[in-house]
Design a protein around this ligand. Structure first.
Ligand SMILES: Nc1nc2c([nH]c(=O)n2[C@H]2C[C@H](O)[C@@H](COP(=O)(O)OP(=O)(O)OP(=O)(O)O)O2)c(=O)[nH]1
Length: 144
């Protein structure tokens, strides 16, 4: 049996949000654990790398876009059979360029997210995103 390290691996994850509240999801490509599952784009933070810098690097590598700004939103830890991860989710409303499928992955803009299957650690985020959208509609301005 594979041994899972106690110390988590940091992962930078970006939720790109359009003015209408739609968010961008990608489908994990073949060859990765949980291939075919939907996720928010991102990837592992490299040694010595700042989390937001890792997020910017991953978006250039995976989707060819430059994330200009983002706000840290929430942090979730999850132990998979393949890894113990600590996911740092950012919400970004400012980027340059149009997403392209540079790693052959499918991607989709979604309002209320209806894609399945979704990576298990990401599932709770959907309800939190709906709450955020609702609170923003009430106040008529972005909360983060
Ligand atoms: N990007 C992303 N990763 C997530 C999400 N939810 C979730 O549990 N993860 C997990 C899956 C993986 O174990 C880990 C991300 O690692 P990864 O293998 O995709 O990262 P990477 O792109 O740096 O991959 P590689 O270079 O090592 O192939 O985080 C999510 O919403 N987005």
């Amino acid at each position: 049996m594979q041994e899972i390290p106690a110390r988590p691996i940091d992962v930078a994850v970006g939720i790109l949000m359009r003015p209408n509240g739609d968010v961008l999801l990608g489908q994990r490509p073949a060859g990765k654990p949980y291939a075919g599952y939907w996720e928010f784009p991102g990837g592992k933070v490299e040694a010595g790398e700042d989390i937001f810098a890792a997020l910017q690097r991953e978006f250039v590598e995976e989707l060819g876009i430059e994330v200009v700004g983002g706000a840290p939103w929430c942090c979730v830890e999850h132990v998979y059979e393949h890894a113990h991860v600590r996911l740092h989710f950012y919400i970004s409303r400012h980027w340059r360029g149009e997403p392209q499928s540079l790693e052959g992955q499918a991607f989709a803009w979604q309002g209320t997210v209806g894609l399945t299957p979704l990576l298990p650690a990401t599932v709770p985020l959907l309800a939190w995103l709906d709450q955020l959208r609702h609170a923003e509609q009430e106040s008529s301005q972005p909360i983060c």
